[in-house]
Design a protein. Structure first.
Length: 368
């Protein structure tokens, strides 16, 4: 009986040693290569962009405000939605004082013309009747008449200038369109007031030419140039985009203080994007998103899944002689899911495409 117990104990010990050996053997095995995918740096075209919000506007528009100094509003000659050309009359004012002054100037002109004609006739009479008479009395009389005649002519010229001035003021009572476009709105109740509080009585916009206006930072202002391509999208009209180009980058910044009397100010530059091709099915004032293509070049890239972040830095795992090595990398531009690697890797490195959280520096793997 004792012998059986000893033999049983030996068998149990042998089985325990065998199981422990296999567990240890399995734990010391490198990670299966079937779960590890390696990649290399890939040369791809990187597109650098600047994204900024903006507002859809007319490229050309005209605002007509009430001008009380011109007189009383007499007639609005257009309707909302009407197409207009440059020079089209939009509205007219009535000014009784100017009309009266025009009549007075006409009477003064007629009176002056009669005076000039009368003096001219008297000079002709002297020249005809007193011909050959060289007495001082005749000479003095003629000199006096000629002086009066010249003064009357100057007076007539002054009256003519006044007539032209009044005529111009009367013509200014009719306001004309300065652009080709569409009458967007008419506010018949609009009144004069402070500039920032006034509403236009007529608003005209050229719907054929649309732009997006926005602001960019000092840093982005160095990269954004005229004629760069732009992709325009809208959160309201989802799934659609429009193409445009940079039309204008402001040379003078728009300064906005974060708080009244604050020392720190945000400096931004205005930018205008002209929509090309098909126009957005949106109204002026809609908020748009501008994606400005500032640069396009070849760069060495890796997918963003290969990069891990830790302690403010970014790193990847590479494989060297079946051992993982943790390498810190510097990332440049981002294009979609591709990241530009500017420092830390070479073209010969085998990079783990999707590193797991349980990987660590020095870990053995079965990778060639």
């Amino acid at each position: 009986m004792k012998r059986k117990i000893i033999i049983g104990s030996i068998i149990i010990i042998v089985i325990g040693l065998f199981v422990g050996f296999n567990i240890a053997k399995n734990q010391s095995k490198p990670v299966s290569t079937t779960a590890i995918e390696t990649i290399k740096l890939s040369p791809k075209e990187i597109t650098s962009t600047v994204m900024t919000p903006g507002t859809l506007s007319f490229s050309e528009e005209q605002f007509i405000y009430v001008e009380e100094e011109k007189g009383e509003l007499n007639q609005i000659a257009v309707k909302e939605g009407e197409k207009v050309q440059p020079g089209k009359p939009l509205l007219t004012y009535e000014n009784k004082e100017l009309e009266l002054e025009q009549k007075q100037q006409a009477l003064a002109s007629e009176s002056s013309a009669l005076k000039v004609e009368q003096l001219r006739k008297r000079l002709n009479e002297i020249d005809q009747t007193k011909k050959g008479d060289s007495s001082s009395a005749i000479k003095n009389e003629r000199d006096q008449l000629e002086l009066e005649w010249r003064a009357a002519e100057l007076e007539q010229q002054q009256i003519t200038l006044n007539e032209e001035k009044v005529k111009g003021q009367l013509e200014d009572l009719t306001i004309h369109s300065e652009i080709e476009g569409t009458v967007i709105s008419i506010e018949r109740e609009a009144v004069a007031g402070k500039l920032e509080e006034r509403q236009p009585i007529i608003h005209i916009g050229n719907e054929k030419k649309m732009i997006v206006r926005g602001l960019i930072s000092e840093y982005d202002a160095l990269k954004v140039k005229k004629k760069q391509k732009v992709k325009v999208t809208s959160d309201v009209i989802r799934g659609k985009s429009w193409q445009g180009v940079v039309k204008k980058v402001g040379a003078v910044p728009v300064r906005e203080a974060a708080e009244p009397n604050a020392a720190d100010q945000t400096v931004q530059y205005p930018v205008e994007i002209e929509i090309k091709g098909k126009k957005p099915g949106a109204k002026p004032g809609f908020k748009m998103i501008m994606e400005i293509e500032t640069d396009k070049r070849q760069a060495q890239t890796i997918p963003d899944t290969a990069v891990k972040k830790e302690d403010g830095g970014q790193y990847v795992y590479i494989v060297k002689k079946n051992v993982l090595k943790k390498v810190k990398v510097e990332i440049g531009e981002t294009s979609g899911h591709e990241l530009e690697v500017t420092k830390g890797l070479t073209n010969e490195d085998y990079i783990i495409a999707n590193p797991s959280d349980d990987m660590y520096d020095g870990m053995e793997v079965n990778a060639e």
